[in-house]
Design a protein around this ligand. Structure first.
Ligand code: KIV
Ligand code: ZN
Length: 385
């Protein structure tokens, strides 16, 4: 089984979501929960971005001992110095430095030639290595970079001492087959690739962030990056909870495993949602309120007979007590009977039939029926006559 290193960037890329601004205490609370979840690396912030970011990265680096803490820097000495100031207190100081490699970024943003980009990347990694034992280099917009050139940059930064090389699909442009093919190419063509971890970092602009991350793992990525609830710049980053559950549920397919404790996922998701104010849609995979809710009678009947008929993930796996049979107009007698027994009512067949008719009448008018609706109905039925 291949080991996958999990790199969480909820506090850095995730915090770049429009409208999100976490204070120091909130960041610390999320970092502690990420430590409980068992991610390997926490990207705590971007120390050169603001004094507040430097302070919170430093505080997290001082507090968290069960995960490695990193911070982001541009390819500049000033940024690397700020990151060192924040991270030197960490148990295992680690820097994440990035430089764009794609033609669009080279031409319009950096105004640099290919040779200048390679030279800058090498100089930056060498400088970072004078402070940090672990240096991750990200080729920003790798997804739209010429493969040959990407190979050249990655080979050069590994020679300069990078211990992790990250291949971001910065703008969420690629399809899973294309993103996976980049990893296969780099595995095959970069001569020193075994000296570094190869990392996937995906954005969700076309809705493929999780699929692309998994395609990268299939094709040789040994580190995967993402955020809780998939929060992040624009349409967000790859949702870590979905990647982790995929690796667990389809271990037969991926033949890879991560060290995270999945039963902390629901709790982590709720904490991030409440502190960022970014609510999780009810139908979101793994952590949505409806992810374990069964409404239709056929499904409820199946689940009551054998859970796996309609449930591939057990709610307990992600830290929930049980699944939820939501009683609505599609629900059947079996689910109603179970719910009434749970509420302490042992009904005869005749009483159940009478209640079921009233239940369907009310369900036509109301989307979901709650326990107090059922209790009111039962007292209105033959049971009390
Ligand atoms: O998406 C991206 O390219 C990034 C880099 C800074 C790694 O977040
Ligand atoms: Zn990103």
């Amino acid at each position: 089984m291949r080991k996958i290193t999990v790199f969480d960037t909820t506090l850095r890329d995730g915090e770049q979501s429009a409208g999100v601004n976490l204070n120091l205490q909130e960041k610390l609370e999320i970092a502690r929960q990420l430590e409980r979840l068992g991610v390997d690396i926490i990207e705590a912030g971007f120390p050169a971005a603001s004094p507040g970011d430097l302070a919170s990265t430093k505080e997290i680096a001082q507090t968290i001992k069960g995960a490695s803490v990193t911070g982001l820097a541009r390819a500049s000495k000033k940024d690397i110095d700020a990151a060192w100031e924040a991270l030197k207190v960490a148990a295992e100081p680690r820097l994440h430095v990035f430089l764009a490699t794609s033609p669009i970024h080279r031409q319009h943003k950096l105004k640099m030639s290919k040779d200048e980009v390679v030279a800058k990347a090498v100089e930056t990694v060498r400088y970072a290595k004078t402070f940090f034992p672990q240096v991750q280099f990200s080729a920003e917009d790798a997804g739209r970079t010429e493969l040959e050139f990407l190979r050249e940059v990655i080979t050069a930064v590994i020679d300069a001492g990078a211990t992790v090389v990250n291949i971001p699909d910065t703008v969420g442009y690629l399809m899973p087959e294309e993103y996976g093919a980049i990893f296969k190419y780099l595995k095959d063509e970069v001569p020193n690739i075994d000296k570094a971890l190869l990392s996937a970092h995906c954005h969700d602009d076309l809705g493929f962030a999780v699929a692309n991350s998994l395609a990268a793992i299939q094709n040789g990525a040994t580190q995967v990056e993402g955020t809780i609830n998939g929060i992040g710049e624009r349409a967000g980053n790859a949702a870590l909870e979905e990647i982790l559950v995929n690796l667990n549920i389809r271990q037969d397919f991926y033949q890879a495993e991560a060290r995270a404790k999945l039963d902390q996922l629901s709790r982590t998701s709720r904490l991030v949602a409440s502190l960022t104010g970014m609510q999780v849609p009810p139908n979101k995979a793994v952590v949505g309120a409806n992810a374990f809710a069964h409404e239709s009678g056929i499904h409820q009947d199946g689940v009551l007979k054998e859970r796996t008929t309609y449930e591939i993930i057990s709610p307990q796996l992600v830290g929930l007590d049980s699944n939820q049979l939501v009683l609505g107009k599609h629900s059947g007698r079996h689910a109603l009977k179970e719910r009434m027994e749970f509420l302490g009512y042992s009904l005869s067949e005749e009483q159940l039939q009478d209640l079921f008719i009233k239940f369907k009448e009310l369900a036509d008018k109301k989307k979901e029926l709650h326990d107090d609706d059922l209790v009111a109905l039962v007292h209105d039925s033959t049971l009390t006559e």
